[in-house]
Design a protein around this ligand. Sequence first.
Ligand code: FAD
Length: 470
Amino acid sequence: SSEKNKSATKKKVVVVGGGLVGSLNACFFAKRGFEVVVFESREDIRCAKTVKGRSINLALSHRGRQALKHVGMEDKIISKGIPMHARMIHRVNGKRSPIPYGKKGQYILSVGRANLNKELLTAAEAYPNTQVNFNHRLLDWSPETGTMTFLGTDGTEKEIQADFIVGCDGAFSATRKQFLRRSRFNYSQTYIPHGYVELTMPLRNGDFAMEPNFLHIWPRNTFMMIALPNLDKTFTCTLFMPFEEFEKITTDDELMNFFQKYFPDSIPLLGVDALKRDFFRLPAQAMVSVKCSPYHLNDKCVLMGDAAHAVVPFYGQGMNAGFEDCLVLDEILDQFNEDFSAALPEYTRVRVPDDHAIADLAMYNYVEMRAHVNSKYFLFRKYLENALHFIMPRTITPLYTMVTFTRTRYHEAVIRWQWQNKVINQGLLILGTVSTVGLTYLLIRYIPKKPSITVEQLWSKVLTLKWFQK
Ligand code: FAD
């Protein structure tokens, strides 16, 4: 009978936005037995001829997969994903070198955004207690009454009553407007100076034009291009560059000169005509980073996904963090027996530091991907961290591994990373000092007496020292 009472008091949950996080979240709430209604402003992408929107494909990793697993969607999605085991760095001279993402067997998956969204919408609709409405744009809502106003494509306004509102309506969230009107709501947004354009790399002799199981990167310090594989054997290349550089390229000749100078190996693969067509098809898109707090408004509303934390795309974590949001709220609802008035403040308390941390990390990786990977010292540090992780996996775990292949809380990963850096730097300093002192000693001790000593002789002397014989 307690089950009966529970279902009798189940709230009507309205999810605003049927994008990636909204459609997954609908599954989470439906699984809990709530009456779920999704309102999405676009038409149904499963019937649409062209799907407008952002990146064509995305990198899915552990956090996102865990959330998909919770609603039984993991296998379905990974079967349509392409594993990427390493970054493939393309130098200007055409030389390529891989940098693995983690240990053997660890990889991220390139998944198509449209297919992922379609599958999640279909999964949400499969719950008998869920309904998805398209062509409904949220205009505003009342925190006092829970009344929501939607605008239909035919220009009519509709009022809907909700017990609980989940704002998953993306970086420019309309749900968030009510939060902005309240006192003690912190909000910041930053546009980075870079924009992006997407280019399609077609098949070559019926196959992938480059090695498929890599995330290809052309790092050029102040800008970069990346490429992720698609199921149809094309690649989607994304050029990230400051807007002021994009503005300098206005003609086909300027475009070709630019590619010839910085990405010569990509020209034959992209095809000159396709490159010219794709590049000028759309203006460069902007990227925004949004941070806010709290994520809940009384026990009436919560913001999740990009609505709560749009991040720049350089850690490949925006969607993964949004999917993990669903999992974290679900865990907290379990903990608090679905008492929203207790669970929501806890959700804000737990999740804000983590989502703020991934926003900062994504900004940091923005520089790492386009510039640091060109530095020998950086590569040495990456290999050293991986080697140390191999020797003592519990003490040293590379930051990328913690973020991408574990559910270590994002803010804890940052703290651990800072501590590890300190330890490794001190280790290197001690090692450097010891070797310098040692070498100096040897030079002073042996060279003046035996000026004709060879390196080999010097080394055999070193090996006969007591310390090495222990
Ligand atoms: P969105 O995907 O923006 O969905 C919001 C939905 O709400 C949309 O369907 C929209 O139509 C709807 N909506 C908006 N306003 C209203 C309204 N008023 N009423 C009703 N509906 C509304 N993340 C990764 O994890 N890995 C990656 O590799 C990766 N690569 C990226 C590359 C680029 C270039 C970009 C820009 C982002 C990338 N991301 C990546 C981030 C990822 O795209 C987002 O984090 C993710 O899409 C967030 O999902 P969301 O559902 O919160 O928001």
